[in-house]
Structures are given as C-alpha cells and as structure tokens.
Design a protein around this ligand. Sequence first.
Ligand SMILES: Cc1ncccc1-c1cc(O)c2nc[nH]c(=O)c2c1
Ligand SMILES: [Mg+2]
Length: 216
Amino acid sequence: TRSTRPQRLLGAVRRTATRGDPRSVVRAIDDFCRHTEWAMNVGDEKGTGCILDSVVSEVSPATVLELGTYCGYSTVRIATLLPPGAKLITLEFNPDFALIARQVIAWAGLEEKVHLVEGSSGDLIPLMKEKFGVKSFDLVFLDHWKDRYLPDTKLLEECGLLQKGSVLLADNVICPGSPDYLEYIRNSPKYRSQHFKSHLEYTKVEDGLEKSVFLG
Ligand SMILES: Cc1ncccc1-c1cc(O)c2nc[nH]c(=O)c2c1
Ligand SMILES: [Mg+2]
C-alpha cells in the first residue's frame, strides 16, 4: 500500500540528514516540504531565526510543553535551543504521527531532552504534575488543533501549570485560525499578547503566531 506523508518525510530525513545533527534534520524536512511535498510543520519562516527560534532563545525555558508533535519538526527545532538539563514534553494524539516523530527525534539525537506522550491534551494536561513531575511550564507551544487552543489554555490555568512569566506561543492563529483563542487571550487581564505576522509554512498564504505572557 502507498506510504503516508509522515513516512515519506521520515525517509527524507534518513536519506539526507546526519544522525545526531538536529540542524541537518530541520533542513532536510524544510527542503522536503518546500521542494517535494508540503507538510504542516511550522516551517523555516515562522521557525527560522525569526519567531519560534527567537522566542525559545529569549525565554530559555527549563520546561516546555508542545501541543501537537506531528512529525517532530518543531520538537527538534525547540529542543536544539534548550539550555542543558531542560525538558520538552510533547503531546501527540495520532499514533501514526507519534511513531514517525519518535524516529525523527531519535535521528536528531534528542531523545534525552524530549518526552513524547501519546494521547489527547485534554486528558494529559491534568496529569502533568502527578505523572510527569512538572511544577509549571516556562513555555507552551500550541500547534495541535485550533479548537483545542482555548480549552487547553484554560485547563493549563486551572491545573496551576502556568506561573508569572510563562509564555504561550500559538501557531496558525490566522490560518487555519483560532478566533475564540485570540478573543480570549487578547482580552484577558491575565495575559499580555503580541502578534507576529508571517505566512503559512512554505506558502505565501497569510498566517501568524501569537505570543502571550501569563501575568499571574
Ligand atoms: C493542514 C493545513 N491545511 C491548510 C492550511 C493550514 C493547515 C495547517 C497548518 C498548520 O501549521 C497546522 N498546525 C497544527 N495543526 C493543524 O491542523 C495545522 C493545519
Ligand atoms: Mg502549525
């Protein structure tokens, strides 16, 4: 039977990236998606030295939560920029995506920094303290399903997983768009938000990231 897009993306990583070299893994996926087959990775414009990379470097987080692993592209991007000892927990609902992502993360040599957990964010977020020993997250990257951005943000608040200064960075707030999340986060006194205009990965379609600092 025909391979899946994530399987073809993993093949490109294995063929063109160097084991243990995260930057070559990121480059291999960007090249594959730009020249061979589009895939929903945050990409090298929203990713490259601009927004995602600069926010991660600026926050220099000790604990990161990524919602939506897909093939592990942003997982690798973020994990490469983390300070020693920092931990990234990434949640993926789709088992096929999770299987590919584990192999991409392993190829990059980042297994020690990354904990990929399969399941739904709504079920797993309430378990972060007791099962994963997390006190709070310094950075949350929302890149899963637009309809879960708002409920999961409220869940993070209710579970006491955000502290003063925690940063939420949400992908795709324009395309596909998450209007209820934007409405909430931009009008809540508990957050200070900033919008970074960009484009849908590998295209000229308008998109953007929303960076929100939790004020406690
Ligand atoms: C798949 C797609 N098609 C057309 C336009 C945008 C998308 C798209 C792009 C992304 O970066 C996504 N990130 C996380 N989750 C998504 O569902 C998702 C969907
Ligand atoms: Mg995205």
